[in-house]
Design a protein around this ligand. Structure first.
Ligand SMILES: O=C(O)COP(=O)(O)O
Ligand SMILES: [Mg+2]
Length: 227
């Protein structure tokens, strides 16, 4: 019998990676004489991986970006980011306790992120958390990525989870749209990187701290989804 599973988004959900993503983004933008992005601007750019962040930063400064330069800046971003893992990134408050709570209740745990898989695994390993996750799937693990629902459903399958007893936890419209398209309930954290409040995207529930992700809430949302 496949087991119940919670699938977590990574950036802005499980781990506060903003300081490092911002440093690496600005490292790459500086190479093309763009102004540095600030914490506020960053929130509009993140959610679809490094390539899109660079693209959005150029658009925000009305700068064109042809593909060869885009590739060059993405490599600068990824090299800088990879070399600095785990940097200043840390799990959000309550994450470690939540992992223990759901593992003790027999849940599988997995990660479904638009960060590249290698960097996702390296970061989670560097923070000593990799043993808790049955699958860590990045934007490049499959031929599709969030908001394509298959990124989530294939992560559940790879982890050996039951898609009818699954719950997604995320911080962005991308995550909420992905879960909805997969017919899987989704809890949105309101402390992540979206520039609009997550309630606007109508998740199944909103939490402001992982302590609110109780076994009861998970069971209620999974039952209500009735897949
Ligand atoms: O790397 C990003 O841009 C977003 O990654 P996430 O899917 O873990 O939020
Ligand atoms: Mg996120």
């Amino acid at each position: 019998m496949t087991r119940p599973i919670i699938v977590f988004d990574l950036d802005g959900t499980l781990i506060d990676t903003a300081p490092d993503l911002l440093d690496s983004l600005n490292h790459s933008l500086a190479a093309s004489e763009l102004a540095a992005v600030d914490e506020v601007g960053f929130r509009r750019f993140v959610g679809h991986g490094g390539r899109v962040m660079i693209e959005r930063a150029h658009a925000a400064q009305q700068r064109s970006l042809e593909s060869q330069e885009h590739d060059r800046l993405l490599k600068l971003f990824l090299d800088h980011y990879t070399d600095n893992i785990p940097g200043k990134s840390r799990p959000y408050p309550g994450v470690v306790e939540t992992i223990a709570r759901f593992e003790a209740a027999g849940y599988l745990l997995a990660v479904c992120t638009n960060k590249y898989e290698a960097n996702s695994v390296a970061l989670i390993e560097a923070l000593g958390l990799a043993k808790h996750f049955a699958a860590i799937c990045g934007q490049d693990t499959f031929a599709f990525r969030k908001p394509d629902p298959r990124h989530l459903t294939e992560t559940i399958a790879l982890a050996g989870g039951n898609p009818h007893l699954a719950l997604m936890v995320g911080d962005s419209q991308t995550d909420i749209d992905t879960a909805k398209a997969a017919g899987i309930p989704v809890v949105a954290v309101d402390f992540g990187y979206t520039d609009r409040h997550v309630r606007e995207f109508e998740p199944s529930a909103v939490i402001s701290h992982f302590d609110a992700l109780t076994l009861g809430l998970a069971e209620r949302l999974i039952a209500a989804a009735g897949r």
